[in-house]
Design a protein around this ligand. Structure first.
Ligand code: SAH
Ligand code: SF4
Ligand code: F3S
Length: 443
């Protein structure tokens, strides 16, 4: 074994997984590992997996298959697979049987055991499977290895109790468990002391925060507490459920200078019949009322969403309701997904699954309409000034810098020295559906 051991983590799925990977990295650093620059040179490779849709799973299998080559070259390499996909017995069996290159399989409820599991493998070699069926309270507070100095994820609630009929998350992430308010405030205060200026509060449904805690604590009161932390300039949160959003929360967001004017409110469908079958707990009319309430209080708010097309039983008429919802609300942007049947969820057993070609064709129509609207909305920003937290070089164009404005829009602008990690002002000079271009006004 080399003197310094190195790790490389590949993360699939949502921000919960991104954050979990930071915790996995943090724990490994405590037992002497360092992050490898390249996967090929790491002594330990971890895949943090996702099962939200079938293609997420296929990507993971493809990747594990390709790692065999590295394992053949270096049998001392440790390959570990964790995350949401590993909460399914079938996936674990498949991996264990067909992919002998995998040394360790762990789940979402026992990430804090990673250091022990790795130490055991280092000493004894052999293969280990440790997946817990159920959560055992909260995952304890863990050290974190963060990619960004200025932005940080803060977990506020784990799990989900909503059981939307298409969704696997409640089965792989367990029931809702809120972190105590004082622990969250302590973490945010520490982050601010370390120089972090933007935090994103994380949970599958942040609006459920506090329901399982003693006292009168809810998401609105948590935001009020975090708003008081000196040094934090921007507060974001994800994801919020439209059903649990209320006037009080909108008021708290409005009266805070730090909470950003961005509302990500996944709608999934514009058809009441489909929303009911999805068990989303709101109607199209209630969603529209919520949008109205937000825009009355915060006229400049951006509203973004998620859609699923091709849910079982979705007729052309239902889909038209989705399209006219897009026109009625005029979302700033939307993530659009093709329904993917997940074994074990109620929707997988529903009759009238929609043919793949129809799903694809609906997705294309939905995206076309949304992109047009996104472009129109962005055009209204031409010549306006926006506040941007500079991230660094754009992934798609190394000639320019990028960052997000308060509405979470991606802004590209010319490079300048010493501005990474700063909040600057940019005047918008050109727009596309997915991003804005501008010139720096002041830093
Ligand atoms: N907790 C969040 C969503 C997490 S999953 C919420 O309720 O808003 C992110 C998105 O993936 C969902 O909003 C939904 O649009 C999509 N999604 C979830 N399950 C899916 C499935 N089985 N097929 C297709 N898309 C799905
Ligand atoms: Fe899935 Fe619904 Fe929970 Fe979101 S709220 S994670 S879509 S079950
Ligand atoms: Fe995927 Fe798990 Fe997130 S299933 S979307 S990584 S909670």
């Amino acid at each position: 074994m080399k003197e310094t051991k190195t790790y490389f983590i590949i993360t699939y799925g949502c921000q919960m997984n991104v954050h979990d990977s930071e915790l996995l990295g943090g724990m490994l650093e405590e037992i002497g590992y360092h992050q490898a620059e390249e996967m090929e040179e790491a002594d330990l490779i971890i895949l943090n997996t996702c099962v939200i849709r079938e293609n997420a799973e296929l990507k993971v299998y493809g990747k594990i298959g390709s790692l065999k080559r590295l394992k053949d070259k270096d049998p001392a390499l440790i390959i570990a697979v964790g995350g949401c996909m590993m909460q399914s017995n079938e996936a674990v069996e498949e991996l264990y049987k067909k992919y002998p290159q995998v040394d360790l399989i762990f789940g979402t409820h026992n990430i804090h055991h990673l250091p022990d599991l790795i130490s055991t493998i280092e000493k004894e070699r052999g293969r280990i499977v440790e997946v817990w069926d159920k959560e055992e309270g909260l995952i304890p507070d863990l050290p974190s290895s963060r990619e960004d100095d200025k932005k940080a994820w803060v977990s506020i609630i784990q799990g989900c109790n909503n059981f939307c009929t298409y969704c696997i998350v409640p089965y792989v992430r367990g029931r809702e468990r809120s972190r105590p308010l004082k622990d969250i405030v302590k973490e945010v205060t520490q982050l601010a002391e370390d120089g972090v200026i933007e935090i994103t509060l994380l949970g599958q449904n942040v609006n459920s925060y506090g329901k399982d805690l003693a006292g009168n604590i809810d998401f609105a009161s948590l935001l009020e507490e975090i708003d008081k932390v000196t040094g934090i300039e921007r507060i974001r949160y994800m994801t919020s459920h439209p059903r649990d959003f209320n006037a009080e929360l909108i008021e708290v967001i409005n009266s805070s200078d730090k909470v950003c004017e961005h509302f990500h409110l996944p709608i999934q469908s514009g058809s009441n019949q489909i929303l009911k079958k999805m068990n989303r707990g709101y109607t199209r009319e209630e969603y529209l009322d919520l949008v109205k309430m937000i825009r009355q209080t915060i006229p400049e708010a951006s509203i973004t969403t998620d859609f699923i097309v091709g849910f079982p039983g979705e007729s052309e008429e239902d889909f038209q309701d989705t399209l006219n919802m897009v026109e009625e609300v005029r979302f700033d942007s939307a993530f659009t997904f093709i329904y993917s049947s997940r074994t074990g969820t109620p929707a997988a057993k529903m009759e009238v699954q929609i043919a793949e070609e129809i799903k694809k064709e609906r997705l294309a129509r939905l995206m076309e309409l949304q992109n047009e609207i996104s472009l129109e909305i962005n055009r209204d920003l031409l010549n306006q000034e926006v506040e941007v937290l500079v991230e660094g070089e754009s992934k798609n164009n190394s000639e320019v810098f990028c960052g997000r404005d308060r509405k979470n829009k991606l802004v590209l602008f010319p490079k300048r020295k010493d501005i990474i990690g700063k909040i600057i002002r940019v005047r918008i000079t050109d727009v596309k559906s997915f991003n804005l271009y501008g010139e720096i006004i002041s830093v």
